[in-house]
Design a protein around this ligand. Structure first.
Ligand code: BGC
Ligand code: CA
Length: 340
């Protein structure tokens, strides 16, 4: 009898153990499924045809594909362009939120107008990675999981100035063509109100002047980062100032390339043109000697960091440990001079 009872107890225990094992296995499978569940990243850029932003997005897409291959986690990277309209961008972001995207990356149209995007995403607990167009600090602090990836605008200006200073110090007359001891320059500025346009315009000239080189501004104006607008302005300025233009300082490479086109058309290839970004076309133009120099703002580093930050926020709700985050919220790409 005793033997039968213990056999019963034994088989009850075996059933319980089996149930437990099955339960655990199902649980582990569930957890695995949860860990490997796809991540949806919604991206909105301010417009589709900005050369530098397009390069950043290209590197984000490359990083996403590599990540998928390495981890087996499906990444849905959905990119939309806002056609320079903040209203359109707000709609695109609302759509990402309503479709349950895990994280949103925003290249904001109007950098002073980030609060409504931030408030609607944080209300749903969705992290945001801003990039390239920098919201004001107070807005970044409106939510817990809000980050920014970009360059430090002042450092890019200092390197642009440094290039000019080095060339001048080595041979002043190579830039000061009329030998009057001053550099007659024109300034092609990016979009009014963009942090990079304001700071680059101020600090490039100021740094050269602080070094003791006399800068004489002939004229300047905003060409909205755009090659064709820059070429049109440059053509006008060539009409007015002709060969007395010794240096063209540009807030980015696209405008520098536009300036070079206009200068070449006027037979003024010798004029010194400086850009910022080192886009593929910009870096190529430095190699070909059409641009005197540019500053590499590292679109690849930016694209990889935006993706790395976004996927970690989307999967684990926190930034990855291998990215250098300053002031709790910022990733600034390393930059360097690119010259002949
Ligand atoms: C880049 C420009 C670009 C702009 C767009 C700047 O940081 O230097 O090339 O057009 O960002 O926001
Ligand atoms: Ca001069």
């Amino acid at each position: 009898m005793g033997g039968l009872k213990s056999r019963h107890i034994f088989s009850a225990a075996a059933v319980a153990a089996a149930v437990l094992i099955i339960f655990c296995a199902v649980n582990i499978q569930e957890r695995k499924k949860e860990e490997n569940k796809g991540i949806k990243i919604g991206v909105s850029v301010y417009k589709s045809n900005d050369a530098f932003v397009a390069e950043i997005v290209k590197y984000m897409e490359e990083s996403a594909r590599e990540y998928e291959q390495e981890t087996g986690v499906k990444i849905n990277l959905d990119v939309s362009a806002a056609k320079s309209s903040q209203r359109t961008q707000n709609e695109q972001i609302k759509r990402y939120i309503s479709l349950g995207y895990d994280v949103i990356c925003v290249n904001i149209v109007d950098r002073t107008d980030a609060s409504s995007i931030i408030d609607s995403a944080t209300a749903e607990g969705i992290p945001i990675v801003f990039f390239n167009r920098e919201p004001v600090y107070e807005d970044i602090l409106r939510g817990e999981n809000i980050y920014y990836v970009g360059t430090d605008a002042k450092s890019t200006a200092l390197l642009q100035a440094q290039m000019l200073i080095d060339i001048y110090d080595a041979d002043p007359l190579s830039l000061d063509k009329n030998g009057d001891g001053k550099l007659q320059y024109v300034m092609l500025e990016g979009e009014t109100g963009h942090q990079d346009a304001i700071i680059r315009t101020d600090w490039s000239v100021q740094t050269v002047a602080n070094h003791g080189i006399t800068m004489e501004k002939l004229t300047g104006g905003a060409a909205d980062w755009d090659k064709n607008q820059a070429a049109a302005l440059m053509e006008q300025w060539i009409g007015t100032y002709g060969k007395s233009i010794e240096v063209v300082l540009c807030n980015n490479d696209e405008m520098a390339l536009g300036a070079v086109n206009a200068l070449e058309a006027a037979g003024m290839e010798e004029t010194a043109v400086f850009g910022i970004d080192a886009t593929e076309e910009g870096a190529e133009a430095v190699k070909d000697g059409r641009l005197l120099g540019t500053v590499n703002c590292n679109a690849s580093y930016q694209g990889e960091s935006i993706f790395g930050l976004a996927v970690s926020l989307g999967r684990y709700g926190r930034p990855p440990e291998d990215l250098p985050i300053t002031d709790g919220r910022y990733i600034r790409s390393p930059i360097e001079i690119v010259k002949q």
